[in-house]
Ligand binder design. Sequence first.
Ligand SMILES: Cc1ncc(COP(=O)(O)O)c(C=O)c1O
Length: 463
Amino acid sequence: MSVQFEEYSEALDRAHAHAVDWLKSLPNRPTGPRLSADELLADFETSLQSESLDAASVVDELVRLSEPGLIAMPSGRFFGWVIGGTLPASMAADWLLSAWDQSAAMRRATPAIAAAEQVAGEWILDLLGLPSTAQVGFTTGATTSNFVGLAAARKHVLDKAGWDLTERGLSGSPRITVVGGADRHASVDLALNYLGLGKPMAVESDSQGRIKVDALARALDAFSGPTIVCLQAGNLHSGAFDPIAEAVKIAHEHGAWVHVDGAFGLWAAASPSLRDQLAGIEECDSWTTDAHKTLNVPYDCGVAIVAHRDPVRSVFGVQTSYLLNDEDGPGDPLERVPEFSRRGRGVPVWAALRSLGRSGVIGLIDRLVSHAQTFAKELGQFPGVEILNDVVFTQVCMSFGSDERTRRITERVLADGTTWMSGSRWAGRDVLRISVSNWSTDNEDVAQSVAAIRRAVAGEPGS
Ligand SMILES: Cc1ncc(COP(=O)(O)O)c(C=O)c1O
């Protein structure tokens, strides 16, 4: 036993030292990786040796092999895709989870994890102003949370149509109509695909990617029977929020279930200065969000919230003789997510929220928005730059003129290594996207990143 302990202790000490070195390197290292996966493979790829190696040396080797291929995602100057950093309390809690190694399926087996996750879920509902009776599950991310919400929706609308999905399956069931905004996130379609529901009917969106309510009403008038409406709180390119209050009213008048993909944007509901943009959010039936984006919890951590207990429990719940089911309490964690065995990923959420407190959560969200607005203001003054979205949340989308010029400047920004931003295509144009999602981004990070874009623009012929 003591030998094992020493092996753990040495390996964890090495991991701690390497982790601190990594975190210290973030302010100064180039944001991009130095080597590609193919180049790294040359070093990683070796036939598996027959003898065992000691844990500390394996940790050292992993770091040596990986270091040139790490991207500075937790850096305050990383603005690619929608990538949060990691709050210190949350990272430490995540490490402890690995040491505790609890399989977080059942309340009676892993009570500490169940209690921490239950409270984290209650805090999330309270912060976001969602019904306190909603079911909260901790998933791997927003894609899986969309799957959970839409699976509950599928069960509920078929139940209402008198079709028992659990007994009879999907084959031969009444047809389910799914509608969503034309500018929805691809993961909604992915989740619908997993569920055998096919592609949703696309309802026209406005210039910011928000679903048009009159078009939604027309679409719903054309159908009867089981219907699911997918709304969005936070468009990947513009950050914009669908007009939820109006959309949910119309959808419910048509008897539809309303699911909201709020992977990063649902957190706006926690901020008094932003909440109005999500008016009516509490009326919806299921919600997706991520903790690994705006809340800055380590990967992988999504949150699946469903207003109604029965459909989610009957899709994901399971009772079988070898389990220790919670029959009288609030139900087992495994009844709200697709997995049986999983890490207690709600625990780092508990730690993030406990360390931030209510004012810290609001401060974090408002700070991200304020940095995004500074980017838009500063970059909007560059000659030839067009900011394409109204910066209502954490996303900024810009064009530098022609698609070719935008692509060239994007490449130069990435090659410079000061900051990381992703290129994309939106509203028929090539764009540079900035997603301000890291808790540690400060004014200096924004100023350095603006300066890097200025250098990239100055590199254009004729500038
Ligand atoms: C609106 C939206 N939905 C869903 C997702 C998918 O999130 P995840 O990668 O956590 O599955 C994203 C990712 O950026 C997103 O922006």
